[in-house]
Design a protein around this ligand. Structure first.
Ligand SMILES: [Fe+2]
Length: 443
């Protein structure tokens, strides 16, 4: 008899007991909380031939962009490939194979096909959504989910996750009102949905609604922090609101506490730490020896050359802490990555390496070089992934480099551009004031 999961999808090699562990793993993964890997392993302990459990295990090791996790992902892939008994399972296996080969875009396409045939396959949608994020594929962040939504109704298990992903996709395409409504609805349905919480945080960030953002994150903090492995990034969003408001003490408190306090060694957590210290540094806030500590945490990843977006954030720490050797090793690893295969070749060549060099130039006060490099990559920066809010750091660095390098006409133009987008942004206003003051001094 065919065994089917909660969504009615046929699964090969499962027992009722292992299926229960697998469903728990999926529901935890949809909220980015708990330990979905432990639940997956429990499923496999019961049913070693459970193909989709091996599939999930592979994704869990691939979607953190950690090169150290590749061997475990490869082992799960081999097991899944031998066990896949349905077209859907074979679609997942093909997507994982593409990811292992570094073909992120291809993996995203393969998962589109799985979700077109099986719009209730939340894992295909979620893995695809994460891949769209890592590829900076804004349109598909929205439309991969939009296609499936017509097959969903409130009450179906996991509906909150569809709304949360759709909210983030809408936000990355500037459809803020609909994004906010979908995200808030998702959090009402599932207060632990950290991704939906995050989607609304993005809307409030992009619309420069800092006080509302702080209220949104503080209102039910326990729900998105308890046992969450996405909480550092959500804390980072809270810190961004305080940073915009010039409330640097709160920012440093958040950095020393939930953002960097646990000394996580994961790339996605280190990115948030770097991005926050860098923004503080741009605003000339004294960050003490924090760069030194952070650079030491990045050190094991200096030569990963696995994902350009990570490299850039590692470079912020190495350059700022004066770790010249690590910075050079990072650039050499990027050079090797460009000779490789897979999408990171282009992520690195087109965006990652020029930005890493721009970061280095900024720290060395070679502002004209920094401006030149950043202006060139600015129109295509989405190609190395991340969100608008994360990549805003490039714009902020460009403005600061123009200001410090005496390119005041450019700085004025960039500030004007920023104020048009965010008329109520306190940071944009502070920058404009600095441009005006500097211009007066020069005249
Ligand atoms: Fe975010």
């Amino acid at each position: 008899m065919t065994v089917r999961d909660l969504q009615g999808l046929a699964v090969s090699g499962a027992s009722s007991r292992s299926l229960s562990h697998f469903e728990t793993a999926l529901s935890l993964f949809r909220c980015y909380r708990g330990d979905p890997l432990a639940e997956t392993d429990a499923a496999l302990a019961d049913s070693p031939g459970f193909a989709m459990a091996h599939v999930l295990r592979a994704y869990l090791h691939l979607l953190g962009t950690e090169s150290a996790a590749l061997p475990a992902a490869r082992a799960s892939y081999a097991r899944a490939a031998a066990l896949a008994g349905t077209e859907r399972e074979r679609g997942h296996v093909a997507a994982i194979g593409a990811l292992l080969d570094g073909h992120w875009h291809r993996a995203g396409h393969l998962l589109e096909d799985v979700a077109i045939d099986h719009p209730h396959d939340t894992l295909a949608l979620q893995a695809g959504h994460q891949i769209d994020f890592f590829c900076g594929h804004a349109r598909m962040l929205r439309d991969r989910i939009a296609r499936a939504l017509q097959a969903w109704r409130i009450g179906r298990p996991g509906y909150h996750a569809l709304l949360g992903m759709y909210a983030f996709g809408l936000e990355e395409n500037g459809d803020y009102a609909r994004a906010e409504a979908a995200g808030r609805q998702a959090v009402v349905l599932e207060p632990h949905d950290a991704w939906a919480q995050h989607a609304v945080a993005h809307v409030l960030e992009m619309q420069s609604r800092q006080r509302e953002g702080i209220a949104w994150m503080r209102a039910n903090c326990t729900a998105w922090t308890a046992d969450s492995f996405f909480q550092i990034h959500n804390w980072w969003h809270l810190a961004l609101y305080h940073l915009e408001l010039g409330e640097y003490e709160q920012v440093l408190e958040l950095y020393d506490g939930p953002i960097a306090g646990d000394q996580s060694a994961l790339a996605l957590d280190l990115i948030d730490a770097s991005a926050l210290l860098w923004r503080l540094q741009l605003q000339e806030v004294d960050v003490g020896n924090r760069w030194e500590v952070l650079a030491a945490r990045w050190e094991p990843l200096a030569e990963a050359g696995h994902y350009a977006f990570n490299d850039v954030h590692a470079m912020m720490a190495f350059a700022s802490a004066g770790h010249v050797d690590a910075a050079q090793r990072l650039l050499a690893a990027q050079q090797r990555a460009r000779q490789g295969d897979g999408d990171n070749v282009r992520f690195t060549a087109e965006v990652g390496q020029p930005v890493a060099l721009a970061i280095q130039a900024f720290v060395a006060r070679r502002y004209a070089e920094c401006v030149r490099l950043l202006r060139a990559v600015r129109p295509i920066a989405q190609r190395f992934g991340g969100s608008h809010a994360q990549r805003d750091l490039l714009d902020l660095t460009l403005i600061e480099a123009a200001l410090r390098g005496g390119q005041l006409a450019l700085a004025r133009a960039l500030c004007a551009e920023r104020l048009q987008l965010r008329p109520s942004s306190p940071l944009a206003r502070r920058l404009r004031t600095r441009v005006t003051t500097l211009t007066a001094e020069v005249a």
